[in-house]
Ligand binder design. Sequence first.
Ligand code: PLP
Length: 403
Amino acid sequence: MSDVADGIGLEETRALAERYLMSTYRRAPVDFVRGEGPLLWDAEGKHYLDFLTGISVCSVGHCHPDVVKAVRVQAHQLMHVSNLFYTEPMAQLAERLSESSLGGRVFFSNSGTEAVECAIKVARKHAHSRGIASAEIVSFEGDFHGRSYGALAATPGLAENAALGPMLAGFRSVPHNDAAALREAVGERTAAVLIEPIQGEAGINVTSEEALRTAREACDEAGALLILDEIQTGVGRTGSLWAYEQTPVRPDVLTSAKALGGGLPIGACVTAPSCADVLQPGDHGSTFAGGPVASAAALAVLEIVDDPALLRQVRELGAHLCEKLEVLAGVRETRGRGLMVGVGLEHGIDAAAVGADLLERGLVVNVPRPDTLRLLPPLVIDSDHVEMAVDLIGESLLGFTTG
Ligand code: PLP
């Protein structure tokens, strides 16, 4: 590939990044220059099997031809006009998202955290309409909802960073899956319960059916909204288009982002009809959001993912992956659903060291906590890719279990 040959290479890229980028990330020493399907190539030409997909973004694989084509065609035709006008891809995407989920209206954003900001505004304004001036939003400890101040306030672990304070008021949390504490926390002042169906950043912790049911019942009793953050679980990741479809509850609002754009930045806050008209002109906006190119990409992604055969395969491959992983030396448990898998390692094994070793061996994974590997492979992998990943993880773990 000529673009690979023309690149500046890892050392120069790293030097530039360390000199000019804010130090908000600890990056692995790899300079990726190309992707195709489940594979990535670095600047030295080494290839990797990608079981992270840019943190559940490239779910249809890297540079899927249908997504590339949709982007190319749209980029030639119209890239941006703002939200002061109608554009066809945005309207069509809104229809597709609404009709495939809650049936109300959609607000587009450029990221997950902004989709959550919109959901918070919907919840607060909805509460105001019920006469609650200083309403509260309740989340679970371990939840991750984003890094902007609203979403941050709903992300208990990060909201404790006093150096970034003061935080937005009106948020509280209870221990994950503690249904009794959740019921206790939801009352007259509650605007919404905002939770993840499966906690992703915390290491793949499935929210129990009991907790979800309790959240739904408590919201119904209090007149509050149930907001499910499907930014990581949505768009097919768990083997249904939305994770809530495999649970006993239906939310009033859902947030999506990550995989929605197939690699381009787009998020969405989708409402049920009951709260579809809460936000009115002047309440919210975004210059770029839902632009033609990102929307065209998202339409192509949904065309690929919203397919019963693909979603069944995600469930089957996910189950197969977990079965294979669970018998490996060094693996304590697997957690998750579909192709959203957390691999809990035996006590004493440093997951960060395993993650770094796997990268050396050519498998990209992530380490959300010291005892867990997170696997978020493309939804379009086959059983050969599963075997390859399991073999690499097994070989790597041997080095950490035999001393
Ligand atoms: N919500 C969840 C569940 C997420 O996993 C993330 C990102 O990891 C976000 C919100 C924030 O999304 P973004 O990084 O696109 O702002």
